[in-house]
Ligand binder design. Sequence first.
Ligand code: PDD
Length: 286
Amino acid sequence: MSRTVYVNGAYLPEEEATVSIFDRGFLMADGVYEVTSVLDGKLVDFQGHAIRLERSLKELDMAQPMSTEELLAVHRELVSRNDIVEGMIYLQVTRGNPGDRDFAYPPADTPPTVVMFTQNKPGLADSPVAKTGIKVISVEDLRWGRRDIKTVQLLYPSMAKMAAKAAKVDDAWLVEDGKVTEGTSNNTYIVKGGTIITRELSHDILHGITRAAVLRFAAEAQMQVEERAFTIEEAQAADEAFFTSASAFVMPVVEVDGAQIGSGAPGPVATRLREIYLEESLKAAI
Ligand code: PDD
């Protein structure tokens, strides 16, 4: 069945939704995005995603295309029109269509392109993969230096994902100067002696909305958290490993570069954090 999607103020069947070939998002990857999950027909951490969107736009000298209230209304309208119970809403804002190709930004009054669509994922919360855990390989992190801005430049993460597929594993962890930065589309963690270790926030990683929530829940549950970078060798010797993202929540990792982590099954910390995250997110979803 065809989805109803949103393009620049209009709700359209997906087959009729188009953007210009001159769109800066298409020509220059000059755009930012957000992915917000839907549980029980409601938006998880919408406010967090709206605040990060605002920050990404500001960092690129782009104007807010609409107010947070308007953004929320479009999200809700898409959930409703597409009957989404579990899934995601993808939102992309680009610098719009200047009518030609030019490296310089177009005039500030060039209307942005705003696109939103739903992804229906029944069973997202009760994922069978979360019960067995996933396997990762490491690859060198060759992305640009402002990974804190959620831009649509996703070619390198796609290449890393393909390297993972070729190695018959699920994802890749990116490594820079000997330390893990993050996964292709998620923040990474290890657990050693009961302490959760995850890289500190900087320009090197995306400031995950799920990361912020999980660290808050971990602190509330009296778990120890250390924000610092770790190596692949440390991950391989850890008791547990996991990653977080809006689309996977808390996902246990049971193998890194062929080495089994802990018992080879999802560990108690990751399992508990996933439960808490889903429980609390459902409660707070709007
Ligand atoms: N990715 N790091 C990177 C590079 C990401 O692309 C993402 C999210 C995260 C986790 O952020 P959050 O918890 O806010 O989802 C970390 C989204 C889900 C995607 O590209 O589909």
